[in-house]
Design a protein around this ligand. Structure first.
Ligand code: ADE
Length: 253
């Protein structure tokens, strides 16, 4: 998959050279092309910002260099849609990551300052996405978040055992807890079932923990998801144990 990023800070994207994204960029699975509007300026100061009409604090990205950088990226990859990263966009989630991973490429437009001229959004942007309800100083980190979440879903990027299919959110639930050696840590033991070698019991325990955690931490996710008979039964068991445990801890207190 091809990622084109329009950014005033191309050096930030060296972060993509590490780990899973780095492996995909070195292999054949992903490519990254960076386009800097500053390279399309014509004045001696290489100006990339401009004052907002109507006044007020802050600057807006200067139209002409940004427009030219966008046009150059679109010409290089005409099938890719232009994605503007902005807190005003649709909320990015695992479903969006899966959908984007099926595309041949995307052009990520990382804005800076107070944003970009609305007419550029109207003429040249196909989609607007946000990575959450907070304001970053620019779209670069959001572009990298999207690149990371999408790249790990590309075929051949993750190994079998780390498969994205097992991830939290892939099945609409949070992840079950993980344990490694030692089997006792500061007086806390690894759940016995994980040492049992009984794969079916382990599968059921993990599913129950995933359901239980989602019920406690993100009940909104459970509301969006149909439960199978087995899942409903495991969740009921979890809730009974959980309520029993909180009742006895209240008695102790
Ligand atoms: N740019 C600034 N804040 C952002 C956010 N939350 N998501 C996407 N792009 C942004």
């Amino acid at each position: 998959m091809r990622f084109d990023v329009i950014t005033l800070f191309p050096e930030m994207f060296c972060a993509m050279e590490s780990g899973v994204t780095g492996k995909a960029l070195q292999g054949a699975q992903a490519e990254l092309h960076l386009w800097n509007p500053r390279d399309y300026t014509e004045d001696v100061h290489r100006t990339v910002d401009d004052r907002p009409y109507g006044g007020g604090p802050g600057m807006v990205m200067k139209v002409e260099p940004l427009k030219q950088a966008l046009e150059a990226a679109r010409e290089a990859t005409p099938k890719s849609r232009v994605i503007h990263l902005t807190p005003q966009g649709q909320r990015f989630d695992q479903r969006a990551a899966r959908e984007m991973a099926a595309r041949e490429g995307i052009i990520l437009l990382a804005g800076r300052y107070e944003g970009i001229d609305e007419r550029l959004v109207e003429c040249c942007v196909d989609e607007e996405w946000s990575i959450g309800d907070y304001v970053l100083s620019g779209g670069e980190l959001a572009a990298m978040v999207i690149m990371d979440a999408v790249t790990r879903l590309l075929p051949g990027v993750l190994g079998h055992e780390e498969s994205a299919l097992q991830d939290s959110y892939m099945n609409g639930l949070l992840d079950f807890p993980q344990y490694t050696r030692p089997d006792e840590l500061q007086g806390r033991e690894v759940p016995q079932v994980l040492l049992s070698g009984d794969h079916e019991a382990i599968r059921r325990w993990r599913l129950k923990q995933a359901l239980g955690r989602t019920w406690i931490r993100r009940p909104d996710l459970l509301e969006q998801r149909q439960l199978s008979d087995e899942e409903r039964q495991l969740l009921e068991e979890f809730i009974r144990t959980h309520q029993g445990a909180s009742a006895s801890s209240q008695e102790e207190a």
